[in-house]
Design a protein around this ligand. Structure first.
Ligand code: G
Ligand code: G
Ligand code: MN
Length: 423
């Protein structure tokens, strides 16, 4: 491809022409090639130019004569299709391009695939403005990258997702100071006596514009922007303070706080936990820290070390989502834990699925030998609860017992909770 790289204004000019070619529909296909910077540093700029030229030649061959293939960046190409019959045609073209890009190319001594993403936007269906058309294709290409699909057609939800992520990053750091965070509490009961033993604290963020945002969504962002220690500190203190508000009759109940993988890489975390227990004058055995099995596995040796030190302070350790994180028997016995929470996915179909029953029963038997408590989470019905008790789970958590509830509601639930005989 001898063609020079269009600058953004030149590209927008070409898009204006495409848009004006009405009444026929037009499509913009944006192709991003990934990893070429690295190839350029290893093999040189000429090698990269050769790769792009070869790919462009093949792509051109697969397109119709009046489709336009242009270079819009060092590692970016666009195809402008003017004579679209329908949307299906644009998808067909994107698909053909993807097939070509999926073919491995020679790089040095090896043959490798160049990772790519493709975004498609349409005119006049989606917009009649060149800048929008380009943005939409850009957003679709990000969606293609995230979803690991060969190409994506622009849709408005992708834009909302990207805008929301942007806002989350900007607003999360101030969420604590602006009192937008709160904790919900979900009860855990002992299965043989039906007694309440405590509750798990689950973080909630009420965003002023985007409404409730789930922790699954904002915790990875918090980790990325480096404010996880602040959030965990807030969680620990809020949970311990609110536990005191549950009242005298509930003074034996424990509270469980979820911690992130990042907390376990931070030496200061142990001190934070000790400080928080001191501030709220709470016996350490009334605090449980829940850590997912998969985050434990990220740096097993160091996690085991930190968890052991936490346990020696008296804090209880619970391994969350157990069964989903490639546990091996080899390390099972050195897990510094007091409790295993069997992942919801094994619990949901337990009545129908023999394999799930078998898995739960195996985990229970191993855990018993190690004298661990076993929590079944996600228990949704009486029948499921009964089966889990038969299988030997001694602690139960799930919608059937109680949903996660805001503090005020949880307090009311505690007062009305004759069912759970915690008094
Ligand atoms: O209620 P639910 O959607 O809240 O929780 C989703 C996931 O988010 C759960 O797996 C839970 O472990 C995690 N989570 C909830 N609250 C917190 C928190 O305060 N800290 C961390 N690290 N994870 C949390
Ligand atoms: O991974 P962790 O166990 O921390 O996840 C807790 C999540 O599970 C929360 O999002 C909570 O709302 C959800 N949850 C708790 N009990 C149930 C249940 O019985 N059914 C379903 N579907 N979700 C539940
Ligand atoms: Mn949990």
């Amino acid at each position: 491809m001898k063609q020079s790289i269009l600058n953004p204004l030149q590209l927008l000019g070409r898009l204006d022409v495409l848009i004006d070619s009405a009444p026929r529909q037009g499509a913009l296909i944006l192709i991003r090639l990934h990893g070429l910077k690295r190839i350029s540093s290893i093999f040189g700029a000429r090698a990269v130019e050769q790769i792009i030229a070869d790919l462009a030649k093949q792509m051109k061959r697969s397109l119709r004569p009046d489709d336009n293939l242009l270079r819009s960046g060092r590692f970016e190409l666009v195809v402008l299709i003017a004579g679209l019959v329908n949307q299906g045609h644009a998808k067909l073209a994107a698909n053909k391009l993807a097939r070509i890009l999926e073919t491995p190319v020679e790089i040095g001594e090896t043959v490798r695939k160049i990772p790519f993403s493709i975004g498609v936007s349409l005119t006049p269906d989606q917009t009649r403005e060149s800048e929008q058309l380009l943005r939409y294709a850009d957003i679709a290409s990000i969606a293609s990258k995230i979803t690991r699909t060969p190409y994506q057609l622009y849709n408005h939800d992708d834009l909302e997702g990207i805008v929301t992520d942007w806002d989350i990053e900007g607003d999360l750091a101030n969420a604590i100071a602006r009192h937008q965070l709160s904790l919900d509490y979900q009860p855990k009961i002992r299965s043989d006596t039906g007694r309440l033993i405590g509750a798990e604290a689950l973080m909630r963020w009420h965003h002023p514009v985007h409404g409730p945002i789930q922790p699954d969504r904002f915790i990875p962002v918090a980790e990325n922007i480096g404010i996880m220690p602040k959030l965990t500190w807030w969680c620990l203190n809020t949970a311990l303070r609110e536990r005191l508000e549950w009242g005298e009759a509930a003074s034996h109940l424990s509270v469980a706080v979820n911690i992130s993988a990042l907390d376990l890489t931070d030496e200061r975390f142990i001190r934070s936990v000790r400080n928080a227990l001191g501030i709220w004058d709470t016996p350490p055995e009334l605090l449980t820290l829940e850590i997912t099995e998969s985050s434990l596995m990220k740096d097993l040796a160091s996690s085991i070390d930190i968890l052991n030190r936490l346990r020696s302070c008296g804090v209880r350790i619970s391994i969350d989502d157990f069964g989903t994180g490639y546990s091996s028997l080899a390390y099972f016995k050195q897990l510094p834990a007091d409790e295993l929470k069997i992942d919801r996915s094994f619990v949901i179909n337990i009545l129908e699925d023999d394999l799930d029953q078998h898995i739960v029963s195996t985990i229970v038997q191993m855990a018993r030998k190690l004298e661990l408590d076993i929590v079944a989470e996600g228990v949704g019905s009486e029948a499921i609860q009964a089966r889990l008790i038969e299988l030997g789970c001694n602690l139960i958590q799930g919608y059937h017992i109680g949903r996660p509830m805001p503090q005020v509601q949880f307090n009311a639930w505690l007062r009305d909770g004759i069912d759970w005989q915690f008094l």
